[in-house]
Design a protein around this ligand. Sequence first.
Ligand SMILES: C[S@@+](CC[C@H](N)C(=O)[O-])C[C@H]1O[C@@H](n2cnc3c(N)ncnc32)[C@H](O)[C@@H]1O
Length: 271
Amino acid sequence: MQVKHTHKIEYVHGYAADELERLVGSAATLETLLHSDVTYPAGSLVLEAGCGVGAQTRFLLKRSPGIRLVSMDIAFHSVQRARHAVGEMARFLQANVYAPPFSHNTFDHIFVCYVLEHLPDPLQALNTLKTLLKRGGAITAIEGDHGSAFFYPETQEGLEVWRCLQRLQLQTSGDGHIGRRLYSLFKESGATDIQITPLPVYCDPSRPEMMEGFADKTIVGMLNGIEHEVLARKMIAPEIWRKGIRDLLNLAASRDGIFMYTFFRAVAKYE
Ligand SMILES: C[S@@+](CC[C@H](N)C(=O)[O-])C[C@H]1O[C@@H](n2cnc3c(N)ncnc32)[C@H](O)[C@@H]1O
């Protein structure tokens, strides 16, 4: 996706090959944490809205055998990739979450992961999605909150790099702090039963797979993906950016390095 720094960008992470790979790797690292309680009865008709390249799709199918899964995304090439990766176990289509091509009262469950945070109007998306639910159905949403992160040793440059992510997302159409707003958004959309579960990710040297899979590949990978945009907007000096990235990568090698981040899962039912 070509972006000009003078314009608002729609989707902050873009669709470069590295970014799509990052989503696949990150989903595998976080499968147990994010999907542990996400199971739907066999035979349920489930919609996955904003499926991307299908990184979560395979875990939805693995953990809920026998569901009928429909996965959609606005990005045509991501949908193609998802279809190629997952095959015929799910039905894939290109569609906009604000105008999904389905009738009211169609789905038993709806699943969204890291999508609301990128939308200019997440409430409108929920108000649209809820009409697709059968009576008693539920929406499960998993979102991050960039304000929940901290790391040690904390350097000034590392902090500045992290703040660039927060500021860039503020300048785009999304909300990188949406995790903390899930309860109020679902409440405003008319949900009658809302369960919010914070999902903390903690990495230290005794968990090398988390240090590598989350701190390095998911977090620093995400930062690498925005480097071009951040530098084009002159949000930070290039040498400060590079030092901050090095500091974050050094956490894994440091005897006392830790990284902490919290995702939030909402399960919201409508009468
Ligand atoms: C961070 S990715 C998450 C993809 C996937 N859920 C995952 O966890 O790997 C966000 C996705 O939302 C999609 N998206 C953004 N706006 C959308 C919209 N209006 N309708 C449908 N999908 C949208 C993007 O194309 C992108 O694939």
